[in-house]
Design a protein around this ligand. Structure first.
Ligand SMILES: Nc1ncnc2c1ncn2[C@@H]1O[C@H](COP(=O)(O)OP(=O)(O)OP(=O)(O)O)[C@@H](O)[C@H]1O
Ligand SMILES: [Mg+2]
Length: 273
């Protein structure tokens, strides 16, 4: 075995998707929330998922987080077909989801929040070890947290988001899903969270970034997947697509550059396979 293979280093061209969705559909009674949605997430890639209100973004996140089962379709994780019947199953696979409400305990300090439900030590908590791991994790993320022993309630919005993201990494996931991580943040805090997302990519994680903010998506994502009325309506490399093209795909502006491009791409893929 070469040193490279041993270290798990894979050249970018040979990367296999860590997560693949094919034909995912989900309805709630008469409401068809998702219809035949496809998506691939590579390791070390940030994929922005955008779409108008009701496009199905949160429903997609909840299927991956094990909150709802899909009605039909296939989910593959690291090449294997999987089912995700519960949030515990999602975490056990290696999918970490940071929901918009963060679900932090305000009255507890940073360390307690990071290790909530996973306290180290057989019978007693090893506080020192947890504190050290907290610092090391936050350092790896270049996070700006003044102290790990202050209550989360006293942190800024960006710092709280950082703690929630750091907590999701404790279980050593392969994919991290962030639902609107910058929605409630100011300019400086948003920049901090975007930096954090870049750290996740450097660690080789696949990152799914749900966002209404096109500037954030264009700043940090490698690819953008557009959902419209519960269906795929575009999959673009961020470097190749303009703001106007993304907006047109979101709103469904008729026969435009986006849909033509999407059709050309589908045809091209059809020829290749
Ligand atoms: N639990 C539910 N019961 C019934 N309908 C639902 C449920 N969850 C979502 N829906 C419907 O499914 C569709 C997709 O909703 P979803 O929340 O996934 O959209 P979204 O893209 O996250 O929108 P937003 O940008 O407003 O958060 C909507 O029509 C919504 O009303
Ligand atoms: Mg939503």
């Amino acid at each position: 075995m070469t040193l490279e293979a041993h270290a798990g280093v894979v050249p970018a061209t040979a990367r296999e998707p860590v997560l693949t969705l094919r034909g995912i559909s989900k309805s709630f009674g008469a409401v068809q929330a998702l219809t035949g949605v496809d998506m691939d997430i590579l390791p070390g890639e940030v994929v922005g998922v955008v779409g108008d209100n009701g496009a199905g973004k949160s429903t997609l996140v909840k299927i991956l987080a094990g909150v709802y089962p899909a009605d039909s379709g296939e989910i593959r994780f690291q090449g294997k077909a999987v089912s995700i019947p519960s949030p515990a199953a999602s975490r056990a696979l290696g999918i970490a989801t940071v929901f918009q409400d963060l679900a932090l305990c305000d009255n507890l300090d940073v360390v307690s929040n990071l290790f909530l439900g996973r306290e180290i030590g057989a019978f007693t908590l090893d506080e020192e070890q947890m504190e050290q791991r907290s610092w090391s994790l936050l350092r790896q993320l270049s996070a700006k947290i003044p102290s790990v022993r202050i209550a989360v309630a006293s942190l800024s919005g960006g710092q709280r988001q950082t703690v929630a993201i750091a907590r999701s990494l404790i279980g050593e996931p392969r994919v991290v899903i962030l639902d609107e991580p910058t929605a409630a943040l100011g300019v400086a805090q948003t920049a901090e969270v975007l930096n954090l997302i870049e750290r996740l990519r450097e660690r080789g994680l696949g990152v799914v970034l749900i966002s209404h903010n096109m500037a954030d998506v264009q700043a940090v994502a490698d690819r953008v997947v557009v959902l419209r009325l519960g269906r795929n309506n575009g999959d673009f490399r961020v470097a190749d697509v303009s703001y106007e093209d993304i907006i047109a795909a979101i709103t469904g502006a008729a026969d435009n550059a986006v849909t033509r491009r999407a059709h050309a791409r589908t045809a091209e893929e059809g020829q290749l396979s």
